[in-house]
Design a binder for this molecule. Sequence first.
Ligand SMILES: NC(=O)c1ccc[n+]([C@@H]2O[C@H](COP(=O)([O-])OP(=O)(O)OC[C@H]3O[C@@H](n4cnc5c(N)ncnc54)[C@H](O)[C@@H]3O)[C@@H](O)[C@H]2O)c1
Length: 264
Amino acid sequence: MSWREETGREHGAAIYPGLRGRVAVVTGGASGIGEAIVEALVRQQARVVFLDVQAQAGEALVERLKASADAGPVFLRCDLTDAAELKLVLQRIDADFGRVDVLVNNAGNDTRHAIEEVTPESWDRTMAVNLKHHFFMVQGLLPAMRRAGAASVINLSSIAWMIPSTGLPVYVAAKAAIVGLTRTLAHELGGENIRVNCVLPGAIATERQLRLWLTPTYQAEVLARQALKRLITPEEVARMVLFLASDESSAVTNQSFVVDGGWV
Ligand SMILES: NC(=O)c1ccc[n+]([C@@H]2O[C@H](COP(=O)([O-])OP(=O)(O)OC[C@H]3O[C@@H](n4cnc5c(N)ncnc54)[C@H](O)[C@@H]3O)[C@@H](O)[C@H]2O)c1
């Protein structure tokens, strides 16, 4: 049951007037939490560019949202693990938009892997899809963020490294590293008004999670662990991202925000 159904309340979506016209780049924006973030930013009338490896889903999202804003989102197909391709895409964003106000590093892949199955190659692949691009997105868009005069970077980590999660050790290591990366970049870039924070979702009911992992048994376990006795939605993660993207969080940097319904 959703928050709305459970409480009978209408959710009055916040409007951050300062986000209107701002350039926001979102990785992994074609589905899941990233899709909710793209939609939330588009509804703020931000100029949204999103990157994803899934061309069909990305184009479908552009089609769905094009009527929701003065400027619909721009989709650029990109495999974030391909350094050469990523470099070209970032150069194109710089040339086409000239500035970046918001960067949401969201793409990831939580495919399960047993300790015995991990090879040096699979370690590198898992780190490439879950950690490496968080750094190179910032590096590549730094000139455009500097030109904006101020910017907000939001990195998607996870509660996976805080709770006793098992079955995906390399992913968990990457998600913990994102917090360290966030904190050092906050200090590297704070003097230039570039804020860097991270958001740590719990078990979020995305289409992929529902299809692959959120079985009735796991759902019961999730609800037993959470203080809130319902599944948390991608839109609820997106709302935290919006706040961090906006000037309402102008003094907030170097921080981690958990959106997990109170997992213990
Ligand atoms: N859903 C959850 O329960 C949950 C919990 C904790 C953390 N997170 C984190 O939130 C973020 C989003 O998770 P999600 O559940 O929406 O994931 P998802 O798998 O539903 O979506 C991830 C998106 O990233 C894209 N992507 C994956 N590899 C890519 C690549 N190489 N290049 C470009 N795009 C690529 C996918 O195509 C997809 O659109 C991730 O960083 C994830 O680790 C999710």
